[in-house]
Design a protein around this ligand. Sequence first.
Ligand SMILES: [Zn+2]
Length: 405
Amino acid sequence: MIRTHIIPCKLKREDADALNLESGRIYTGVLVAHWRVVRKKQIWLAEKSGTRISDSLVEAPLHAHTIDAAQQGFYKACATAKTLKRVDPGARYPHWTKKFRTTVWKNTAIKFKQGELELSNGAHNPKIAITLPVELLGVLRFLEVRLVYDKKARHYQWHIVVENGIQPKIAAGNNVVSVDLGEIHPAVVGDENESTLILCRERRHEAQGHAKRLAKITQALSRKTKGSRRHKRLIRAKSRMKAQHKRVTHDMEHKVSRAIVNVAVERQANTIAMGNIKEIADGVALGKKTNQKISGWNHGKIRKLVEYKAEAEGIAVVLVNEAYTSQTCPNCGSRHKPKGRVYRCPSCRFQGHRDTVGQVNILSAFKFGAAGKIPVPQTTKHRLPFDIRLKRRRPDTGQSQDCSS
Ligand SMILES: [Zn+2]
């Protein structure tokens, strides 16, 4: 299986900066060359021609394929914008120049030697050595190494993509479970017989607390002179806070997606059906900001994590059209927009948890192509994947506790 490992980067700050500065310069070179031709000649350059034009400008202390990667980055971003434009006509092609960009070493620039990775920066430039942690010593192949700057934590990390040689498990059965990602509850998972609500109140708590703390610090910042010692200190405190929030959120997203996959394994599923682009399908596009206010759940991220974890269990993830899955009554099939957390059907008086209705309707959409063909499961269970008591526990300082009293 292909897996990405994140390990700390021990390069000197200025060396790491120099590398990503170079990558940024190459990316910007292609971008500028491309748009110049478009502007002057009204021709959309193909990737090959675009990179060829900017190649003549490039002389970087990087591996040839690392340079390629930075150039391809621009055309990849173009392709993404093109796909996005189909759903959102306001989406723009990449047009901002970049000072820094993540540097990428492809497998041709990576060598594994006695517990170390050796990254090549071209024949005449010094190589970079990365000491690997134990878990990476036995992997089959190293596919890619990226030098990523974590903006919130303000430091560099290595992202190492490997083929670990481990075969994914084979799914125990051929059941199908469906997942409805919600706002208040992160997810509901289940099949026709049993539905499991995955709860994580801490997320909301964390999101609100973070917003409050952020507002406080922003207010304090506005009273300080820019560039002053106190201003700088507050800026540092702000990014420390953001980094911590990111870690907590990341942890919750991992645990929620782990819980989803665990339920799928317990229900002996080989397929997970997930809803796709809820906002657009349901016609209730709340806008980014409102969505964030409600919960701050990043559905795209959870979807990705579920796919990642499901793969290891031999479970396929299928995206299904979410159209009307939150509106259709699973009892009689009529449609109406639910208000609040409980779905009440005005036609047949059916009542059920809104998210469970969504879950069973996604299953119905997967199996029968439309919502409302499967009744709500008999049993509902709850699961708490994130234990707040663990978070509140004293941090492990590595020192033994004082027990003399
Ligand atoms: Zn009904």
